[in-house]
Design a protein around this ligand. Sequence first.
Ligand code: F6P
Length: 345
Amino acid sequence: MNENKMRIGILTAGGDCPGINAAIRGVGKTAILEYGMEVIGISSGFLGLINQEYSILDENQLSGILTLGGTILGTSRENPFKKGPAFNTIDKPKLIKKHYKELGLDALVCIGGNGTQRTASLLFEEGLNVIGIPKTIDNDVWGTDVSFGFDSALNISVEAIDRLHTTANSHKRIMVIEVMGHHAGWLALYSGIAGGGDVILIPEIDYDISIVSKYLKKRVMNKKPYSIVVVAEGIACPKGQEPAHYISNSISEQTGLETRETILGYIQRGGSPSPMDRVLATRYGAHAVELIAKEHFGVMVALRNDEIISVPLKEVGGKLRTVPLDHPLIEKAIRMGVCVGNCKG
Ligand code: F6P
C-alpha cells in the first residue's frame, strides 16, 4: 500500500456493453470521494497492463459517463495466459506483474465476462490484489444472478422483436430473429418471452427443425396470421451457417411459408445503458471499492437475491452459467404454447 493513499487500477476487457462506464464511475467516485484513493484507468483490457497504456482517472474524467455506452478505457480480448505460437515467447503475466508493481498499484479492478474473471483469478494466484466485476450481455458469468449489460441488451432485442410483429403481420410471414448470448440462451429466452416469441431456440435445448416446422404449419391451420421465431446465436447448426439463415431456410423449405430473418448482432451491445444496468453497475463498482478498502481480494462482486455479495474468483473462473433445463421460464413458456424446439405441439 502507498504510505499516504491507496492507488487502484481499473481495466475493462472482453466484449463491450452498455453499463461499463457506469461501473467505472461507481468505482472511481467511491474510491476518490469516500476513500481518498488514486484511480488509474488502464487501456484496452489486459493489453494496457502489458503495453503500459494507462492514465489518471479523476473526477473530470468520471463526469458525464454514467449514460455513455461502450467503455472510455477501450477493451480487448487479450488473454495473457493463452500460450501463443512458439516464436511468441513474451511472458505476459510476468510483464503484467512488473508493470502493476512499477505503477504502484495496491489493487486492480477487472470489469469483464467469464474469460476476464478467469484471467483475474490467475493474476490473483500470481499475487496481484484483484477484484472482479461481472459484465456481459450474455449473462453467462457463473456466481452471480445477473451481469450488467444483460438488461440493456434485453431491452434492445425486445424492442426489435416488437417491431418485427408489425411487419410479420402485414405480410403474414414467419420472422426469425437471431440474438446474441454466445453459448448461453439467457438473452434468447428472456427476449423471446418478453417479445412474445412463438418459437424460442436456445443452445441448452436440442431442437428438431421438423418439429418446429410442423408447429408453425399448425399455427397457420389455426388461423394465426404470422409467427415470431427467436433463436440464440449459440444453437447447433451446420458449420459456416448463421443460425438465423439456417433456421429460416429450413422452415421455408419444410413449410412452404414465406419466411424472413434478422440478425440483431452488435446493436445489442451499443448505446446507453438501461436504468437497471446503471444501478447494477454502480452497485458493483461501489462494492468493489469497499472490498478493496477492507483488503478483501481475489473475489468477484455478485448479485444474489438482490443483495451484493462477493464470490471467490477461483470458483468463477472457467465456468459458464447456462440456462438450467428446469428453469421455470421454460416450463411456463411451454405451458403457454411456446415451442422450444422439441415440443410435440
Ligand atoms: O460476449 C458478448 C458477445 O457479444 C457475445 O454475445 C458474442 O458471441 C461475442 O461477444 C462476439 O464477440 P466479438 O465482439 O469478439 O465479435
